[in-house]
Design a protein around this ligand. Structure first.
Ligand code: PAF
Length: 289
């Protein structure tokens, strides 16, 4: 089954009861339910998640919620783009059956005081730079999965640490949803798609490509037999640092499940990079088989 190119019937609701009724009806009809959580400002990366959900499930729910608890005090919550009508059209075309866009007040009513926190995995890499970010992500994703009760939920590999943390949360809390990680969608020159790319000017975008070059370099070095992972990390960092306007946060090779930095090569590894390019923070990663 592929996503239809014609606009289709899609229920749009912010109402918890209406969502629950639709989920119950789909479940009653024996349908496989897929969920794609998003914060909107949809690009081809999000669309690929919806298309995969459409191909694998009978009833696809997309959630659109700009989650305040995952933004740090200095981050761009107010500035975050909210092109609601365009997002609705994209969901419709991608084969979404129900678009759930709750209000902030309904997700976090007055007196809200429950948070979900995955320990360990959340303190390194992105967590070291954005200390409260993953607590906000796991809290909202747990709530969205409780509300939508999906068989499968779809996340992008682009946010590698996020999908690893959500996977761990579901495992630790015995949540029945299968977490599906979909490949990163890239521009033809390799830049990973991200809502943040909209903030890059032409020069910054060109500098942003150094993240992808660093990941390719890591993969090539491993492929050609380099076993010194510390040397590869230095080469990745140098590749980015020699690019004008790039301030590196980290460049590492880690275990894909524990995200612990590796000293010895192993069968499955992930190269992770993060850097500020001008005022914009970019992240990227590449699995190294
Ligand atoms: O990846 C995102 O867009 C967000 O972190 C998510 C998973 C929708 C939670 O708000």
């Amino acid at each position: 089954m592929s996503a239809d190119s014609l606009p289709r019937e899609m229920l749009i609701t912010a109402d918890f009861s209406e969502l629950r009724r639709s989920v119950a009806a789909a479940r009653h009809a024996g349908q496989i339910i897929g969920c794609v959580p998003t914060m909107g400002a949809l690009h081809a990366g999000h669309i690929s998640l919806m298309q995969q959900a459409h191909a694998e499930c009978d009833f696809v729910i997309a959630t659109l919620f700009v989650n305040p608890t995952q933004f740090g005090p200095q981050e761009d919550l107010q500035k975050y783009p909210r092109p609601f009508e365009a997002d609705c059209d994209k969901c419709r075309v991608a084969g979404v059956d129900l678009l759930f866009h709750p209000s902030v007040e309904s997700i976090y009513p007055p007196g809200y005081s429950t948070f979900v926190e995955v320990e360990g995995l959340t303190t390194k890499w992105e967590g070291a730079v954005r200390p409260t970010h993953f607590r906000g992500v796991t809290t909202v994703v747990a709530k969205l999965l409780n509300l939508t009760q999906p068989d499968k939920a779809y996340f992008g590999q682009k946010d590698f640490q996020q999908q690893a943390i959500i996977r761990r949360m579901c495992r630790d809390l015995d949540m029945p949803t299968e977490i599906v990680t979909c490949p990163t969608v890239r521009d033809p020159d390799g830049l990973a798609l991200s809502s943040r790319n909209a903030y890059l000017n032409v020069t910054e975008r060109a500098s942003g490509l150094s993240l992808y070059r660093a990941l390719c370099l890591a993969r090539d070095k491993v492929r050609t037999g380099e076993k010194d992972l510390a040397a590869i990390r230095l080469a990745m960092r140098a590749e980015m640092e020699q690019t004008p306007g790039v301030a590196v946060d980290y460049a590492t090779i880690a275990d894909p499940d524990s995200l612990v930095e590796l000293n010895e090569p192993q069968p499955r590894m992930v190269a992770l990079v993060a850097a500020r390019v001008g005022p914009t923070r970019l992240i990227d990663n590449r699995l190294i088989p």
